[in-house]
Design a protein around this ligand. Structure first.
Ligand code: G6P
Length: 612
């Protein structure tokens, strides 16, 4: 949600900033803008809508300067108009901001009473005025920003420039992500690494309450509260810029779907010892003794990550016999949760920046729970707050709809479940080896699946893209996959879709069934197969079209019932979830692509939901 980039160096920067903003598009936005310092004044260009509108405006009349900031805005306060787009100016100051200033009403009243005039409806403009007020009182830019922030409550990553001091950008972070890129005679700030990856791989992740002053020759870091300086840890990023590009696919989402064999392999890499059946998770800092003292586990997550958590619940309960609850982080944080030092809290998040998951994590820690993060982004807030971190190593996920981040989360949870089962003495070497062998085979099956079946998806997309409603049904481990399938479809295609436990079908959703309401059944081999086939027959008897996702073994039985049958290779129940996830993603992708919606950046959605 909102993207920030800042540059100071020797190059003309407006195109560099625009390119950086393009790499932050995935975060979700509805307007954009850039400010550069040019001959002691600002040149500011803003546009409502997608970046192409800003790009066209810049192509017609370029901005010139070697220091500048840019922003993609996801509207919270005020409509997505040019007037409300960032950067916001107050006198010699401009500001871009990601987050929400919670006490903005109070600050606005105070500033208006002392004569400040506002041009937008945003909370951000207030920050520009607060900094301007401190500058007028004689403080330098860095001190002014720090003083202004003492009045601000809420979440922010901000970048500030003063056109009278063109050799500096000041930035600060509290609860919204900000990363610093270190170059040669040039330096960068951004909301996320892909924005600067073409220019540098040496980065610093800012922590809460930290600020910096960026000049061409260097960066100084200090704390917002007392102004004290500190030396940060510089990290080297191993992702290549190509890893963040589309690589020949029509959409990032399609590329990321196809990357899953590689991504899940990377999640397993160096964590599995097949010969001994061991799982190596040195990142899990709890001792074997503390692990065996865990009484229960609670998964906290949002969106797609919550669905991965549900799969984790089944796996941990099955392999380790530890009771697991899966909580929506946005609910958990406000309801006096019961967690203590014997609870393992598992925070699942692809971005590591989801505001609700961060708050739920902090709440858990305050009760003494050990928090394990399962996350894809190195250095993100959740990884820094957690006690243990298992990285999923999916590589950058650009498409807003999560795909490879989801399946790699499941792999990480699977490894955790096996590890817990071993520590608790429930899985012997033979069983562990078998479970790990099953997992190792997943990428091979995925690879095979991704090379066939496109024609069926295209035909299905043609037939169902005009549907207004769709149902997704599954039992057992296929239930969270059905929920995820429904979420993917509604996110991408704007078709209303509901996921249901197939056993609940007769308790409500069956009332919706008619010729215009297709149902997707996740129906692989296993103990639930026959029951689910029974549900399919009930839908068909009422005239509802059926898409069945099943294993090769079930194909013949289902072809007699379903309108479309998509097959996944036969595999044990606990790894089938990883395989049946792919048709869920592909159904949504092809229907959305056929409809012509914005697959990689669906309307109103953001990749990283950094506000409540
Ligand atoms: C947003 C994204 C989803 C994601 C959810 C949770 O809604 O669009 O793809 O599942 O946030 O994000 P997280 O980064 O915590 O997994």
């Amino acid at each position: 949600m909102c993207g920030i980039i800042g540059y100071i160096g020797e190059r003309e920067c407006s195109n560099l900033i625009l390119e950086g903003l393009r790499r932050l598009e995935y975060r979700g936005y509805d307007s954009a803008g850039i400010a550069v310092i040019s001959d002691g004044d600002f040149d500011i260009r803003r546009a409502a809508g997608k970046l192409d509108r800003l790009a066209t405006s810049l192509a017609g009349e370029p901005l010139h300067g070697t220091v500048g900031i840019g922003h993609t805005r996801w509207a919270t306060h005020g409509a997505p108009t040019e007037q409300n787009a960032h950067p916001h100016r107050a006198g010699d100051i401009v500001v871009v901001h990601n987050g929400i200033i919670e006490n903005h009403r109070e600050l606005l009243r105070e500033l208006i009473a002392s004569g400040h005039e506002f041009l937008s409806e945003t909370d951000t403009e207030i920050v520009a005025h607060l900094v301007r007020r401190e500058r007028a009182a004689g403080l330098d830019l860095r001190a002014s920003v720090r003083a202004a922030l003492q009045h601000v409550e809420g979440a922010y990553a901000i970048a500030v420039m003063d056109c009278q001091h063109p050799d500096t950008i000041v930035a600060a972070k509290n609860a919204s992500p900000l990363v610093v890129g270190l170059g040669e005679n040039e330096n960068f700030i951004a909301s996320d690494i892909p924005a600067i990856l073409n220019h540098t791989r040496n980065v610093v992740f800012l922590d809460e309450g930290q600020m910096l002053e960026l000049t061409r020759s260097g960066v100084t870091f200090f704390r917002i509260d007392d102004g004290s300086p500190f030396e940060p840890e510089v990290k080297h990023i191993s992702w290549t810029p190509a890893m963040a590009e589309k690589g020949g696919y029509k959409h990032f989402m399609l590329k990321e779907i196809h990357e899953q064999p590689r991504a899940v392999t990377d999640t397993m890499r160096e964590r599995i010892r097949l010969e001994s059946g061991q799982v190596d998770l040195p990142e899990l800092t709890l001792t074997a003794e503390s692990l065996s003292n865990i009484h229960r586990a609670v998964v906290i997550a949002c969106g797609t990550s919550w669905h991965a958590g549900m799969v984790g619940e089944y796996l941990i309960e099955q392999f380790a016999r530890i009771p697991v609850e899966v909580e929506l982080a946005s609910e958990f944080r406000y309801r006096h949760p019961v967690v203590d030092e014997h609870t393992l809290v598992i925070a699942v998040s692809q971005s590591g920046e989801t505001a609700d998951t961060i708050a739920a994590l902090k709440e858990s820690k305050s009760h003494g729970a050990h928090v394990l993060a399962i996350c894809n982004v190195v250095g993100s807030t959740i990884t820094r707050l957690a006690d243990s971190v298992v990285l999923t190593h999916a590589g950058p996920e650009v498409s807003v709809a999560s795909t490879k981040a989801f399946t790699t989360q499941i792999v990480a949870l699977y490894l955790l479940a096996v590890r817990l089962g071993q520590v608790r003495g429930l899985l012997d070497a033979e069983r562990s080896t078998q479970l790990l062998q099953d997992l190792v085979e997943v990428p091979i099956h995925m690879e095979a699946m991704l090379h066939e079946g496109e024609a069926t998806y295209l035909e299905m997309a043609k037939r169902f893209s005009h549907s207004a409603n769709m149902l997704y049904l599954g039992r057992g481990l296929s239930f969270p996959i059905a929920l995820e399938g429904a979420l993917k479809l509604k996110e991408l295609s704007y078709i209303h879709a509901e996921g249901y436990a197939a056993g609940e079908m007769k308790h409500g959703p069956i009332a919706l069934i008619e010729e215009s309401v297709p149902s997707v059944f996740v129906c692989p081999d296993g103990p639930n197969f026959e029951k689910t086939v029974g549900n399919i027959a009930e839908i068909k008897a009422r005239g509802g079209p059926v898409i069945a996702v099943t294993c090769v073994n079930g194909k013949a039985a289902l072809e007699a019932e379903a309108d479309f049958v998509l097959t996944v290779p036969s595999s044990p129940e606990h790894t089938q979830v990883l395989l049946t996830s792919l048709p869920m993603q592909l159904i949504a992708y092809h229907i959305a692509d056929f409809k012509g919606t914005d697959v990689d950046q669906p309307r109103n959605l953001a990749k990283s939901v950094t506000v409540e």
